[in-house]
Design a protein around this ligand. Structure first.
Ligand SMILES: Nc1ncnc2c1ncn2[C@@H]1O[C@H](COP(=O)(O)OP(=O)(O)OP(=O)(O)O)[C@@H](O)[C@H]1O
Length: 227
């Protein structure tokens, strides 16, 4: 479960005379187990900023973000790293790869880190790579030289390898072909069915309608700001 209370954020532009730009105030949001909530709102409303605060990449100005018993806003960096390892997954379009690590290991790694026996972790990785149509002859190679679409699918496989209780999805179906888009939508539905709390940004309207139980307009989170 993800529970956001009274969250606020403003950016300080240190290289532009320290100008403060308030982007959010009084944000409340709750995502229950087995629920997928889609963030909507005009461009610049703060969808990405909210996701980054939930993942612990941006520090909130105030309020709380409770996930798996931890308040991300006040947590220590090591607590956030532990949360990301076991509880909070993140799937974006972009793969950050370590050179020379084979694709199968890249996908199995989140499970290996959690102590899953290697054969089991690799079997899960192979299953996901096969579902996402990454040809088996590529599994032993590093994804560094893969096409953009292949890298995106490797990243999705990695993001779904462990059954995270909470998941952040940042346009997971963007630029996928119809067949792979369908696989990703099924993976999201499976994650919901096993009880994951999912928060996502979906510009793909069809995807949003299919997997989201609720949409939250982030524009509402700017109402608390002084005009
Ligand atoms: N690192 C940053 N420094 C300063 N301002 C920022 C930073 N990140 C975001 N902002 C500002 O915060 C506001 C919200 O941006 P954000 O990227 O969260 O919007 P969004 O709803 O995700 O937009 P889009 O749909 O276009 O991706 C914008 O006004 C943006 O300029």
């Amino acid at each position: 479960m993800i529970e956001i209370r009274n969250l606020s954020k403003s950016f300080t532009l240190h290289n532009q005379g320290g100008v403060a730009i308030p982007v959010m105030a009084g944000a409340h949001l709750r995502v229950d187990h087995g629920e997928c909530v889609g963030l909507v709102g005009r461009s610049g409303a703060g969808k990405s900023t909210l996701m980054r605060m939930v993942y612990g990449n941006y520090l909130a100005g105030g309020g709380s973000i409770r996930i798996g018993g931890l308040d991300v806003v006040t947590a220590e960096p090591r607590e956030i790293l532990a949360l990301r390892r076991a509880v909070l997954g993140h799937v974006s379009q972009f793969l950050r790869v370590v050179p020379r690590v084979p694709t199968l290991e890249v996908v199995a790694e989140p499970l290996l880190r959690l102590g899953t026996p290697a054969p089991q972790a690799r079997a899960r990785a192979a299953d996901l790579l096969a579902r996402l149509n990454i040809p088996e002859r590529l599994w032993a190679l590093s994804p560094t030289t893969f096409s953009g679409g292949e890298q995106q699918r490797v990243n999705i496989a990695r993001g779904f390898a462990h059954d995270y209780p909470a998941l952040l999805l940042d346009e997971p179906t963007a630029s996928l072909d119809a067949q792979n888009r369908e696989v990703v939508l099924c993976l999201i539905e499976e994650a919901k069915a096993r009880g994951a709390a999912i928060l996502g940004i979906f510009h793909d309207e069809g995807a949003r309608e299919r997997v989201c139980d609720r949409l939250v307009d982030v524009t509402g989170f700017t109402r608390g700001l002084a005009a």
